[in-house]
Design a protein around this ligand. Structure first.
Ligand SMILES: *Cc1c(COP(=O)(O)O)cnc(C)c1O
Length: 350
């Protein structure tokens, strides 16, 4: 039996349509610029994100790092939220490989930096100081319950960046989840940034890949940095074929994942051993805690061993996470709820 996997939307297998498209994809050598499927994918990504050009990369991490290297030089500084993925979860790539200093700032409950603090963090011209070059933003905010941030924030960031001649990069790994939740066109967000990375392999279910979008000159330089990072692919059209379906079709169905996340949250709220605020389900992520008397329960392991249902657990914070995606339907949501009720009734006679 296949496991029911709520740990992340990264676990999504390619859809049957993707496998078919991958098997029959027209391909060429993309380092020579000759893969027609990649060319099509990059053009579609650019159009959907309101930019001049696109660039297929191997992962979201490579997309963010390629973009950072393209915007900033050694000794430059990037202002970034202290819980941002780029700062916390990408192995310090900007500093390790780019010599770029992160300038982390606190964020609010949905992942926004305070605009006054952003302005105050921008350095003047002084030989002692690193050079402020870049502001990094993220949407949806993975470190904040997958919250969707509206366009006004990005307009505010843009205005500050323009005042000080800084660039803005958006880590939009789950941008389409955010814009689906906000019911807006992604371009209402991306018009305020110079570059954006979106993941094809999360809720959009492609097996591999992310795309960057930006101006022609930015993407030309980014392709050189992608090569430097080992991301120049040859017959990558096999990947891009799945990516086209991800962008065309899978972006249209994310509301279903969000609805299933809300179904799960409301179900969990009925279980006495669970502490959850369903109002904090913004997109496809559900976070919860266990009530004090239930905290010794090894719920993650029991769900796995007895029900073959996998969820995420973060022992340090006491948080648990369940993420909905293409392979999670109402049925799987209800199976998880039923399994949790069974475990808690047995362990705590709730
Ligand atoms: C997953 C993720 C990334 C990086 O994606 P990988 O493809 O795993 O490298 C970047 N930013 C955010 C917010 C993510 O959730």
């Amino acid at each position: 039996m296949n496991k029911i996997d709520f740990r992340s939307d990264t676990v999504t297998w390619p859809t049957p349509e993707m496998r078919e498209a991958m098997a029959t994809a027209e391909v060429g050598d993309d380092v020579y610029g000759e893969d027609p499927t990649i060319i099509e994918l990059e053009a579609l990504a650019a159009e959907m994100l309101g930019k001049e050009a696109g660039c297929l990369v191997t992962s979201g991490t490579q997309g963010n790092l390629t973009s950072m290297l393209t915007h900033a030089n050694r000794g430059d500084e990037a202002i970034i939220g202290e819980d941002a993925h780029v700062f916390q979860w990408e192995a310090g790539g900007m500093a390790v490989l780019g010599g770029i200093l992160p300038k982390p700032l606190p964020t609010d409950e949905i992942g926004r930096m305070d605009l006054d603090q952003v302005r105050a963090a921008i350095r003047g011209d002084n030989d002692h100081w690193p050079t402020s070059r870049l502001i990094c933003v993220e949407n949806s905010s993975g470190g904040n319950y997958g919250a969707a941030i509206g366009p006004e924030y990005f307009a505010g960031i843009r205005a500050i960046a323009d005042e000080h001649h800084l660039k803005v990069h958006l880590d939009g790994a789950r941008l389409f989840n955010a814009t689906t939740a906000l019911n807006i066109d992604p371009r209402q967000i991306t018009q305020h940034v110079d570059s954006v990375t979106v993941c094809l392999s999360k809720g959009l279910s492609a097996p591999v890949g992310s795309v960057i979008a930006g101006s022609h000159s930015f993407i030309k330089k980014a392709k050189r940095n992608r090569k430097l990072l080992g991301g120049g692919m040859r017959q990558g059209g096999v990947i891009a074929a799945a990516g086209l379906i991800a962008l065309r079709d899978m972006t249209q169905r994310l509301a279903i994942d969000h609805q299933n996340a809300r179904r799960l949250a409301h179900g969990l709220a009925q279980i006495p051993a669970v502490e959850i605020d369903p109002a904090k389900v913004y997109t496809n992520m559900v976070f919860f805690r266990l009530a004090e008397e239930a905290q010794q329960s090894n719920i993650v392991q029991t769900l796995r061993d007895e029900f073959n249902i996998w969820i995420g657990g973060y022992p340090q914070s006491g948080l648990f996470r369940a993420v909905t995606h293409y392979w999670i339907t109402e049925k799987e949501v209800d199976l998880l709820l039923e399994a949790m009720r069974t475990i808690f009734e047995r362990e705590f006679s709730y």
